[in-house]
Design a protein around this ligand. Structure first.
Ligand code: P1T
Length: 380
């Protein structure tokens, strides 16, 4: 199957043997009857498995070109499960520009449990190699990064990971499987905040993990069941429905992202625009190599780097909604320094470019003209 068919049919054989429903029913049940202990129809308790979640997990695996999919209660619950593969004394090399909540989970929870994190700029793979030692077990890469839109060469990182026998996990939230497929590029684990483009309609919070290796999948299934951060059946249904239009939405997000990036690049009040499709983006060549298009996430700064101007802009937009999150059909604007990345100390975030005037746009799938007009009046 091609990708645009997989979003609709991938992993969806024999969805409803009972009545032939085209969409999997929402199995809103915690448990399943057994005729004698252990004698059941494949499901015994919904933390371990639920048919609606299984349908989604099969879809997730299919679109990522992976074998095993797992759905969690949130993106952070998915990351939590991945880091639980590690033991005290183990070390992780992570992107230094990443979602603030991922940084908070690493530094405020897992560092306290004895896991060490090194945060490095991964545009240079030598910086990654320099941190590898005998305790390194995992490389954590987010690409494009949130919110600076840096691009990391997944294939190059995968080679380093294989040579040093460490796992490579890629947070694919911003790109989605439509734009890039990390497992095909050599990553061991691909993770999403499914809250974003996979759900696509800002109506659900969820996380996903897909892998190819059976042993790794079994460890993750064990953690999913033992720790219990699972996705519920109603949410699984919503994300499964979202995935069915992923290819259409991502195509339009990318078209509108291109128009917004071009408009901002030419605006006299704008200092810098961060969108990997721009030819002057420092990692444009790698983006072109590993992504099908460049998506709908665009960040920018204004001249003078004024905190007040950035706040004023976020208050003035009308078609864009000022809100946390991204990846829905509607356009959102955010101020990372005070919102999504407020949990990263100012000193740390400014090193990666998250300055006071930085605005992050999640460009939706509305009409391009209305989006540009809105930005024009808010900047004025
Ligand atoms: O919010 P949750 O579903 O738990 O996912 C966390 C997460 C993980 N990875 C990336 C790249 C993310 O962007 C997020 C969540 N991000 C936002 C809420 C945001 O506005 O950036």
């Amino acid at each position: 199957m091609q990708f645009n068919t997989k979003t609709i049919h991938g992993g969806q054989e024999n969805i409803d043997p009972a009545y032939g429903a085209v969409m999997p029913p929402i199995y809103q049940t915690s448990t399943y009857s057994q005729t004698s202990p252990g004698n059941h129809k494949g499901f015994e308790y919904s933390r371990s498995a639920n048919p609606t979640r299984t349908a989604l997990e099969n879809s997730l695996a299919s679109i990522e070109n992976g074998k095993y999919g797992l759905a969690f209660a949130s993106g952070l619950a998915a990351i939590d499960a991945i880091i639980k593969l590690l033991k005290p004394g183990d070390e992780v090399i992570s992107t230094n520009d990443l979602y603030g909540g991922s940084y908070r989970l690493f530094t405020s929870i897992f560092e306290g449990l004895g896991i060490k994190f090194h945060f490095v700029g991964m545009e240079s793979t030598t910086a990654v190699e320099a941190k590898i030692n005998k305790n390194t077990k995992l490389i954590w890469a987010e690409t494009p990064t949130n919110p600076m839109m840096n691009i990391i060469d997944i294939e190059a990182l995968a080679k380093i990971a294989k040579t040093n026998k460490v796992l490579l996990a890629v947070d694919n939230t911003f790109a989605t499987a439509y734009l890039q497929q990390p497992l095909d590029l050599g990553a061991d684990i691909v993770m999403h905040s499914a809250t974003k483009y996979l759900g696509g309609h800002s109506d659900v919070v969820m996380g996903s993990v897909v892998v190819n290796n059976e042993e790794l999948a079994n460890k993750l299934y064990f953690i999913q069941n033992a720790s219990g951060g699972i996705a519920g059946p109603m949410d699984s249904f919503l994300v499964l429905r979202g995935i069915k239009t992923l290819h259409l939405r991502m195509q339009r997000h990318s078209e509108n992202g291109r128009a917004v990036a071009k408009f901002l690049s030419e605006h006299p009040k704008v200092e810098k625009v961060y969108w990997p499709g721009l030819e002057n983006h420092p990692n444009h060549e790698i983006a072109k190599k590993q992504m099908k298009d460049f998506g709908g996430m665009v960040s920018f700064t204004t001249k003078g780097n004024s905190y007040e101007d950035a706040i004023k802009f976020t208050e003035k937009v009308k078609v864009f909604t000022l809100a946390e999150s991204l990846g829905g059909v509607e356009s959102l604007a955010g101020h990372p320094a005070s919102m999504t990345h407020a949990s990263i100390p100012k000193e740390e975030r400014e090193k990666t470019g998250v300055v006071d005037s930085l605005i992050r746009l999640s460009v939706g799938i509305e009409d391009e003209k209305d989006l540009i007009e809105d930005l024009k009046q808010a900047l004025a």
